[in-house]
Design a binder for this molecule. Sequence first.
Ligand code: SAH
Ligand code: SF4
Length: 351
Amino acid sequence: MKVRDIIEKACHENILTKDEIKLLLMAEGEDKNLLFKTADMVRKEHVGDEVFLRGLIEFSSYCKNDCFYCGLRKSNSQAQRYRMQEDEIVEVVKSAYQMGYRTVVLQSGEDMFYTKDRMCSIIKKIKQNVDVAITLSIGERSYDEYKAFKDAGADRFLMRFETSNEKLYRQYHPGMSFEKRIECLKWIKSLGYELGTGFLIGLPGQTIDDLAQDILLVKELDADMIGIGPFIPHPQTPLKDAKEGSVDLTLKSIAILRLLIPDANIPATTALGTLDPLGRQKGLMCGANIVMPNVNDLKYKLKYELYPGKICINEDATKCRGCIESIIVSLGRKVGQGKGQSRHYKRAAAS
Ligand code: SAH
Ligand code: SF4
């Protein structure tokens, strides 16, 4: 099958075989251009020209896990750790609201200091004070906790499965299990959250076959939001000498997923912008429709180091807001107004 025909099939049927996805991941030249152009058209048709901004608040850098790629892993004794207080978090949300953000993403390592009650209290306090959608990105919890967070007012949840290759998953996530990860994602979906998931591109040992399987798993989980980013080696981790992930494969994965889930929300990730100065622009031009600028205070931003070299790390949040807006406008797009709920979620909820 020719690449042209595969793209056409993806547009009409929203499903592809693994081999077809592999051919798209390997597309070059004219074929690749066609993939990107088509994804951009599909994005425009299904989610429009609005680019929604999400204010990212990284509220704790403590983590009980030891993911091989991540600078926050518990074995990194050089990592700088901090925890934000409830009131401090609410204040940041208020200032994000004033800058125009209508969604905040509360992200952290897996930090059990934030018990069910503490998390619920933070969520409720935000909801009482500010009219924003809340996305959680805090890792694995029990069904009971996910339910309590939802009942307290959380709207969305982001958790990547990182890789669908179970052997690689085991290798890079000591003490964790792929099965458990998937179980959590299914719970989150069943509780009525907007579900965000995705994977890392370029983990050492990962193949094109694995990436095609990752794409199929995002489709199978029926994600409302899709987060895909290149792996960036962190010097204080076991993967410090590994090669970084490919920007090109990241862009192709974004484009393919735009064809397979046309009305999902897909961010142009910070990691993409870190490896390529124009990475986020490129992402926005091949299917992405979301950007997630950090709105935290500089003193925390610097300490939350998943990977090195993060962009905008020395900019304050107001500056970031302006800079992002000019990027969006330069691409002929506009900043989204309102909470920017995933249309994929809305459509499923209505049917
Ligand atoms: N602890 C939570 C949220 C914080 S980590 C969780 O794991 O879900 C958020 C994401 O950062 C992870 O899903 C992972 O894909 C990404 N990440 C971590 N280390 C990275 C690295 N070295 N390069 C690129 N992305 C990384
Ligand atoms: Fe912790 Fe998330 Fe980093 Fe894993 S990726 S070590 S869970 S912060």
